[in-house]
Design a protein around this ligand. Sequence first.
Ligand code: FAD
Length: 416
Amino acid sequence: MRYSVLSLAWNAITGHKSLGPAWRDAAPRKTYDVVIIGGGGHGLATAYYLAKEHGITNVAVLEKSWIGSGNAGRNTTIIRSNYLLSGNIPFYEWSMKLWEGLERDLNYNVMVSQRGVLNLHHSDLQRDAFARRGNAMRLHGVDAELLDRDQVQALVPYLDFDNARFPIHGGLLQRRGGTARHDAVVWGYARAADARGVDIVQNCEVTGIGISGGRVSGVETTRGSIRADKVALAVAGSSSRLATMAGLRLPIESHVLQAFVSEEVKPLIDHVITFGAGHFYVSQSDKGGLVFGGDIDGYNSYAQRGNLPTVEDVCEGGMAVMPMIGRLRMLRSWGGVVDMSMDGSPIIDHTPIDGLYLNAGWCYGGFKATPASGWCFAHLIARDEPHAVAAAYRLDRFATGHLIDEKGVGAQPNLH
Ligand SMILES: Cc1cc2nc3c(=O)[nH]c(=O)nc-3n(C[C@H](O)[C@H](O)[C@H](O)COP(=O)(O)OP(=O)(O)OC[C@H]3O[C@@H](n4cnc5c(N)ncnc54)[C@H](O)[C@@H]3O)c2cc1C
């Protein structure tokens, strides 16, 4: 069924009786052309673009829990393409372009809100770094504006401009950046992939990867064996666990990243704002809660919950730039397991095992990448060659030294 204003109105007055499930809860079949492990945004987007762009519909997405139960449903929903390095900018900008047309493409309201992403700077040195990043973006045709202190104050007057521990000197603004509703992205891709014949199999954990003669042959799951010529990993924080099943060791560490939402207040913040002198960022949800986050917890973990020192650190960051946040009560906090790569950039590539493909290393920032990640991963799986905008995301770059280290900090996950 296509969603439209008319169908919405019709269902509203007829008690939603003609609405069926948005996608089938498929049972796994014995054989597929492609098995995608991981029913997060990336796995589902990959399945959708495999079907839509390449006509490959004999595809299963296997999810050990419910779709969107991982980071796709736990993130702070920021989308942007304000990167510095040429390995990254075209990819994230392609993602932004896909976001801009996603609702029409999926026929689903994923609530893309281009409210602007503002990175604050607090020193001359940081301004120069932001100017460099903004120039790199503009050279690639991406929108970027370097604002001085007065321009930032006119835009977001509620920040602390007078008495701050780290005075605000200005900011880098990407007006096309913003947020999208994370659950809706998962549901929209699931519905659209299902409509093209993809099987979305929930409660189906992959427990083994079959390999014979250096080629992948299928997967073992809690719901039986499945044969497939091509198996694609899109499991974010579980990447190293799944890779181990295939005898691979990845340049990835899993860390907890927490996020927080406050009680609801009247509309206050109409941008995404990041503090430049510590790790804190904030936006306001449509329900009114302030959604904010900061640094990873800093130890390796597969537990989807964090610890209090990071809560304190994030709240201190908030207080330093926006003291009024201290009057708010925190409603909820949660954690997700992020796949931190050793240069802070992702991997979309073959593995050394024929037919086994890897999509991982998304660190803090894979939500914004969801459409382009699916698009490029589908291209790789279908054609066995990398998509032009993701050509730098090779697995062997960690051996050859072609790193994509946006921050120039080396192999230290907490600094990416
Ligand atoms: C707190 C937090 C805030 C974030 N904020 C942002 C943000 O503002 N902007 C941004 O761009 N990014 C953000 N991110 C990062 C972003 O959420 C992730 O990079 C992205 O969601 C990862 O891709 P995914 O959606 O496919 O992963 P996931 O949703 O984690 O999907 C992987 C799936 O694989 C499944 N799986 C694992 N093992 C198996 C198995 N053995 N068998 C079957 N299935 C399995 C999991 O259950 C999971 O559902 C944030 C992350 C967190 C945790």
